[in-house]
Design a protein around this ligand. Structure first.
Ligand SMILES: [Zn+2]
Length: 327
């Protein structure tokens, strides 16, 4: 049958009907809020390129987490800005590292929260690259050892999920191995599997103070032009033991998310990154867009593309939007 018997507009006639046949619904359970922690007390440094986001000291970070949980956002992803940096990122591998302190404080004070710990070296190295530099480039196999140490240390601090974002080959396998050796066989690995060398990370580098001092990350992060390669990256990570895989960024890579969804039977996370967030904020500040509607549409499209989990700085505002809709 076709027109005039078939009329697709019939199912769009009323709010109730549209609500009933809606295929994709974003829930707060799908969302992870990224947060930035720095040393000190009572510190709340605004991140100018990411309005509404702050570098927080541990005490205020805990308060922020309490607010998020009260609003229905129950998972956070932590990034650290350390007191000092070194050539290899060793400052990220110690029990009193800034993220380790933050995890312990959160876990001490809040019961029903999940903490995902980002694992990488770029926030902790003097040169701002994601690993140990040999001959002007990040050395893959040497970097695996700092990533392994950092992962165990974060797990010891109480991290619920370990999330390596460095894009070294073999990191998932090495991290799985050391987590298991240390008794953390139940801690999942959320791997930044298909992480692209993207200009959309611009504002994050201000937030995490992690801009590379020379060159760029194109020898380890993926070429934005490739999607077959993304499937290879994910296949490798699955073989090495990844429990959840990630595509990052999200919006320019919705096709990659969909290909991953159609190819593998595994939970997929998508990172709605800083540049994607800041463009919405800038346009909204100029009165050019309806911010709430745009946020909901963006998050819905990421989920429709195939993401089960969305890491997004819009999480608190999405909670407010959904609350408003219920009233
Ligand atoms: Zn990094």
């Amino acid at each position: 049958m076709s027109f005039p018997e078939t009329r697709l507009r019939r199912l769009r006639k009323t709010v109730i009907l549209r609500d009933m046949v809606r295929e994709t619904v974003v829930s707060l359970d799908d969302l992870i809020m990224p947060l930035f922690v720095r040393p000190g007390k009572n510190v709340r440094n605004p991140i100018s390129s990411m309005p509404g986001n702050f570098q927080l000291s541990v005490d205020l970070l805990v308060e922020e987490c309490k607010t998020l949980v009260a609003d229905g956002i129950r998972t956070v992803l932590l990034f650290g800005i350390p007191e000092t940096k070194d050539e290899h990122g060793y400052v990220a591998c110690v029990a009193d590292g800034i993220v380790q302190q933050a995890i312990r404080a959160i876990k001490d004070e809040i019961d029903d929260i999940m903490v995902v710990a980002d694992v990488c070296n770029c926030e902790y190295t003097t040169h701002g690259h994601c690993g140990t530099i040999v001959d002007g480039d990040v050395h893959n196999d040497l970097t695996l050892e700092t990533l392994a140490k950092q992962s165990v240390s974060l797990a010891e601090a109480g991290a619920d999920i370990i999330a390596p974002s460095d894009m070294m080959d073999g990191r998932v396998g090495r991290i799985r191995e050391v987590l298991d050796e240390n008794g953390f066989y139940n801690i999942p690995i959320l791997s930044y599997s298909a992480k692209y060398a993207s200009a959309f990370y611009g504002p994050f580098r201000e937030a995490a103070e992690s801009a590379p001092k020379f060159g760029n990350r194109s020898t380890y992060q993926m070429d934005p032009a490739n999607s077959n390669e993304a499937l290879r990256e994910i296949e490798e990570d699955l073989i090495e033991g990844a429990d959840i895989v990630m595509v990052k960024p999200a919006l320019s890579y919705l096709d990659v998310i969909r290909r991953v969804k159609d190819t593998f039977n595994i939970p997929i996370a998508a990172y709605n990154v800083s540049g994607e967030f800041s463009m919405v904020k800038a346009a909204a500040a100029n009165g050019w867009i309806d911010e709430d509607r745009i946020i909901k549409e963006i998050l819905t499209s990421i989920k429709r593309a195939g993401a089960d989990i969305i890491i997004t700085y819009h999480a608190p505002q999405m909670a407010a939007i959904l609350k408003k809709e219920k009233q």
